[in-house]
Ligand binder design. Structure first.
Ligand code: SF4
Length: 213
C-alpha cells in the first residue's frame, strides 16, 4: 500500500484515535507551557516565526488528524490552502534542487497565525525549547532551543523539555494506526504535502508520482 492508498482508505472519522492524539497534544502543550513559563519564554510576536521553517512530519496519525482539520475548513480557506501548498512545494523543489536555504510561510499560516492550530503536528508544538530525549539505543540526547530562545537573557537557568514520554506515547499510537491500516512505509511530509495528499498525487516524502491509482 502506498501513501495515496493509505490516504484514500483511512476513514475520515476516527474518534478513538483522534481522542487519543488530541489528549497527547494537550499533554505536549502543557509540558511546553511549563518549561516556557519557567524560562520566561514566549513566542508571541516572534519575527523569526517557526512557521517559515521547513519541517517534515513522520506519522500517519498526525496526517490523519490534520486531514480531519482540513476537512472542516470553509471552501475558500481550503482552496487557498491548496493553492498555497502547490506554490510552497514548487519553491521547495527549486530550493532543494539548488541546495539553497528555504524560508517560506507554511500554507496553513495566515497573517502569522495557524488556521488549524488545534490540529497542528507535534513539532509545531515542541519547537523552540531546549530538550532532552532518553533514546533506547543512543542514550541521552540533548537539543538546544531555537536561536531566539538561546539568545535571550534570563534570570533563571532554563530547564529542558523532556521529549521521551511524548515520543513514546506517539510511537505507540502510531503503531496502532499502522496495524489497523496495514501501511508500513516511512512517512516524511511537509504540511504542504499533507494538504496535497488529500487530492492525490503526492507519494512518500513528497515525491510526485507519475501515475496515481
Ligand atoms: S501547521 Fe500551523 S503551527 Fe505548524 S507550521 Fe503550519 S501554520 Fe505553523
Amino acid at each position: 500500500m502506498d501513501f495515496n492508498d493509505a490516504s484514500r482508505t483511512l476513514p475520515l472519522h476516527l474518534p478513538d484515535w483522534f481522542d487519543r492524539i488530541a489528549a497527547e497534544y494537550a499533554r505536549m502543550d502543557a509540558a511546553y507551557d511549563a518549561v516556557a513559563a519557567h524560562a520566561g519564554f514566549t513566542c508571541s510576536g516572534c519575527e523569526d516565526n517557526c512557521c517559515r521553517t521547513r519541517f517534515r512530519h513522520h506519522t500517519l496519525i498526525e496526517y490523519a488528524y490534520l486531514r480531519q482539520g482540513l476537512e472542516g475548513l470553509a471552501a475558500g480557506d481550503r482552496r487557498r490552502a491548496d493553492a498555497d501548498a502547490r506554490r510552497y512545494q514548487e519553491a521547495l523543489r527549486e530550493a532543494e534542487s539548488q541546495g539553497a536555504s528555504f524560508r517560506q510561510w507554511c500554507p496553513l499560516n495566515r497573517d502569522g497565525r495557524c488556521i488549524l492550530y488545534a490540529y497542528r503536528p507535534m513539532i509545531c508544538r515542541l519547537h523552540g525549547l531546549p530538550h532532552i530525549l532518553h533514546h533506547p539505543v543512543r542514550g541521552l540526547i540533548r537539543g538546544t532551543g531555537c536561536h531566539v530562545f538561546e539568545q535571550a537573557q534570563r534570570r533563571v537557568a532554563p530547564r529542558p523539555l523532556d521529549r521521551s514520554g511524548i515520543y513514546q506515547t506517539l510511537a505507540g499510537l502510531e503503531q496502532t494506526v499502522r496495524k489497523a491500516t496495514g501501511f508500513g512505509a516511512p512517512v516524511g511530509m511537509t504540511i504542504a504535502e499533507m494538504i496535497l495528499a488529500m487530492e492525490g498525487g503526492i507519494a512518500l516524502g513528497g515525491r510526485k508520482r507519475e501515475s496515481i491509482g
